[in-house]
Design a protein around this ligand. Structure first.
Ligand SMILES: Nc1ncnc2c1ncn2[C@@H]1O[C@H](COP(=O)(O)OP(=O)(O)OP(=O)(O)O)[C@@H](O)[C@H]1O
Ligand SMILES: [Mg+2]
Length: 338
């Protein structure tokens, strides 16, 4: 399966909560050209897990996230959730599913309505999406959730979002998502806009909420140290395709794709065992309007050979455990030359 590990990765089908299959998102550029933002991406999100999605700016992380919630719907592919393909749902049927998959965005301040009191922002979703029973319980529930994310509901009744700090605004975003009782929360760079001192607090709060409510998280970030901290599994994306996916510890310890290794080597950390003077990206990031043939990474890959331009590598087992890689010449943790 191109760009996927899905077909091999189902130890228990019941484990899979959401299954993204062959997702393609193309954006028309002018009359003739097409930007291939996401090209045949497949992965599963399992019950209660955090799946980290990493990759350089512009590789298609946010487009993947938005396509999952159908904003906008993908060009092609399927998003299977609870036995239904969300891409095929329309009108009321799609509306009914919306509360179950919530998103938290990078910029908490601009994603909150500045004209409304914070309490009303959090309760807004309940009045839009909630059923009758939920609406009648809403005042109590909203206050409870606001308290759970570490804010005072009485203050939230009085204040608007601009009177809160960035970290507090992200707590409000989390409350706004959780009040709808979601099964999945997609966090798109949720701490990138925050001070380092606040990042850990928000990450810990997300972790607590995930445990308390049994939610699965799709956690998007370009910051590999943040992703390592929060993720059970990790998916690495390059120029619209997944190149490696699997258990986070395996990938961080023994990256199998040369791209992942270079990403890890670039993490500024004195204890970074992957850092080396030999590891540097070659060349420019190609355009998603005209991506390289075969393996999309081959134009920057130190291991590329002729076959890499001719054939697209398919996702295959990387050798141990839950670890999959799409590369003609994957690195092996046991190979002394790696
Ligand atoms: N609405 C759009 N119209 C045209 N091109 C778009 C649109 N949205 C995204 N793109 C392009 O699609 C590609 C993927 O963008 P996307 O925002 O998904 O990347 P990303 O991995 O989230 O990057 P970042 O880390 O900077 O947030 C980029 O080349 C981007 O310019
Ligand atoms: Mg993005």
């Amino acid at each position: 399966m191109a760009g996927s590990g899905t077909a091999h990765m189902r130890p228990g089908e019941s484990d899979v909560l959401l299954s993204v299959e062959h997702l393609v998102v193309d954006f028309p550029i002018g009359a003739r050209r097409v930007l291939h933002a996401v090209s045949d991406v497949s992965f599963d999100l399992r019950q209660g897990e955090t799946l980290g999605l990493v990759g350089e700016s512009g590789c298609g992380k946010s487009t993947t996230a938005r396509a999952i919630v159908q904003l906008p719907p993908p060009t092609s592919g399927a998003i299977n959730y609870k036995g239904t393909d969300l891409v095929q749902l329309k009108g009321e049927n799609l509306r009914r599913m919306r509360p179950e998959i919530q998103m938290i965005f990078q910029d908490p301040i601009s994603s909150l309505n500045p004209r409304r009191k914070v309490f009303d922002i959090v309760s807004e979703g309940l009045s839009i999406w909630g059923g009758k029973a939920r609406r009648s319980a809403s005042q109590r529930r909203v206050a409870e959730i606001i308290r759970e994310v570490g804010l005072d509901p009485e203050v939230a009744r009085q204040k608007r979002s601009h009177e809160y700090s960035g970290g507090q605004c992200q707590r409000i975003s989390v409350a706004r998502a959780l009040v709808l009782d979601p099964k999945i929360v997609i966090c798109d760079e949720p701490v990138s806009a925050l001070d380092v001192s606040v990042q850990a607090q928000i990450l810990n709060m997300l972790e607590d909420m995930k445990e308390r409510y049994g939610i699965a998280l799709l956690f998007i970030s370009h910051d590999l140290s943040v992703v390592k901290h929060v993720s059970d599994r990790v998916a690495v994306m390059y120029l619209g395709k997944l190149c490696e996916i699997g258990d986070g510890d395996l990938i961080y310890d023994q990256p199998a794709h040369p791209y992942t290794k270079l990403l890890l080597a670039a993490v500024p950390d004195a204890a970074n065992k992957h850092a080396s003077d030999d590891d540097a990206f070659h060349g420019e990031l190609p355009s998603p309007i005209d991506p390289p043939s075969g393996c999309r990474f081959r134009s920057r890959c130190p291991r590329a050979e002729a076959v890499c331009a001719e054939q697209e590598p398919q996702m295959a087992h990387a050798g141990a455990g839950d670890h999959w890689v799409a590369c003609h010449f994957p690195l092996s943790g046991h190979d002394p030359n790696n």
